[in-house]
Design a binder for this molecule. Structure first.
Ligand SMILES: C[S@@+](CC[C@H](N)C(=O)[O-])C[C@H]1O[C@@H](n2cnc3c(N)ncnc32)[C@H](O)[C@@H]1O
Length: 322
């Protein structure tokens, strides 16, 4: 097959993200292959068939000021912060610190609630981060290995900075199974992109029980499945790492359905590849990536992360339930 030359797309989000999401491809074939699957760029997760439902589920705060950015991080004044807590700092850029300090423990952390469309505060409010989209310029590129496409940052990132969302279609488990395996024996191969976020019921007693006994037994899990196979942001290109530099948190804005925010778990150097732990070892829930059948052994895919011997667990996390 003839290979035509590669190139760079300056911004695959076509201006939807506040920063460019560049994509470098080695051949037109590779690009065509990719674009045949990832057909639509979105900034935030969507619920298929309910995209027009923009109702805000939460009360808003009354913090009105045209210019102040840190107004809402003051608990005594802001209704949102008083009700849900303050998770971002007053710095520029705002950082997530408290929750990162709880990790790596695989214990549940409280969900983050940002100011929403019922709030009086301006878009510049520091309690509005994930809702504005990707914060860090990135480049999507092909690794030339079985890891496939990957994402690197084009500037240094500080621990706690919001990087981007893991955005896709929010669908039920039944629909995931249908997409993955098909109605009968034939699968359509939605594959290994589905992220399953499990949040343990936020009744403090249950939360404490869960921390004492970190298993699903007895704890009720709120499950959100995100399928970014065809409709997604750049999150779908981020690979698994056994030594991740990203950590995932559920973030709510207008809807009870959480967005999944990816924050820097440690300082990230310019040019470094992004990675998160698909098993959710560092993170709030269980992120899973069933094998896509490449280089597999007993249904598992060999891990090609660069964490090194003794750190790399050898195989990609696999959840047979999906
Ligand atoms: C969410 S996608 C990540 C983007 C993907 N690399 C691509 O080309 O579209 C997950 C898939 O990427 C590959 N992958 C991700 N991390 C990997 C790793 N550490 N080692 C080997 N393959 C990996 C596997 O095929 C996995 O099923």
């Amino acid at each position: 097959m003839q290979t035509v030359g590669g190139g760079i797309i300056a911004d695959i989000s076509s201006g939807l993200e506040p920063v460019p999401v560049a994509l470098e491809y080695s051949s037109q074939e590779k690009l065509d292959e990719l674009q045949a699957v990832h057909t639509r760029y979105i900034v935030h997760s969507i619920i298929p068939g309910r995209e027009d439902d923009r109702a805000c589920y939460y009360d808003g705060c009354d913090c009105s000021s045209t210019s102040a950015t840190n107004l809402c991080l003051n608990e005594s004044r802001c209704g949102c912060i008083a009700m849900h807590g303050c998770y971002y700092t007053r710095t520029t850029p705002p950082l997530l610190t408290l929750l990162l300090d709880l990790q790596p423990s695989n214990s549940p952390t409280p969900p983050i609630y940002e100011c929403n469309s019922s709030c009086a505060c301006p878009p510049t409010c520091s309690n509005r981060l994930v809702q504005h989209g990707c914060r860090v310029p990135v480049r999507v590129f092909h690794t030339g290995t079985a890891r496939g496409w990957s994402v690197q940052v084009m500037r240094a990132v500080r621990r706690g900075e919001f990087v981007c969302e893991y955005a896709g279609e929010v669908v039920r488990a039944r629909e995931i199974r249908k997409r993955r395996w098909g109605e009968g024996s034939e699968g359509t191969g939605t594959g290994n992109y589905v992220l399953c976020l499990r949040e343990y019921v936020c009744v403090w007693l249950l939360l404490i029980l869960y921390i004492l006994e970190p298993s699903e037994n007895g704890a009720q899990a709120l499950r959100t499945n995100i399928d970014p196979t065809t409709t997604a942001n750049l999150g779908r290109y981020i690979n698994h790492s056994c030594s991740p530099n990203l950590s995932l948190f559920p973030v709510r804005v207008d809807s009870v359905v959480p967005l999944v925010g990816m924050f820097a778990y440690r300082d990230i150097a310019e040019g470094e590849e992004l990675g998160f732990d698909y098993a959710g070892v560092i993170g709030y829930g269980d992120e899973v990536a069933p094998s896509n059948g490449e280089e597999t052994e007993n249904g598992r895919t060999r891990c090609l992360c660069n964490a090194g011997a003794g750190v790399c667990r050898g195989w990609l996390p696999f959840d047979a339930r999906l």
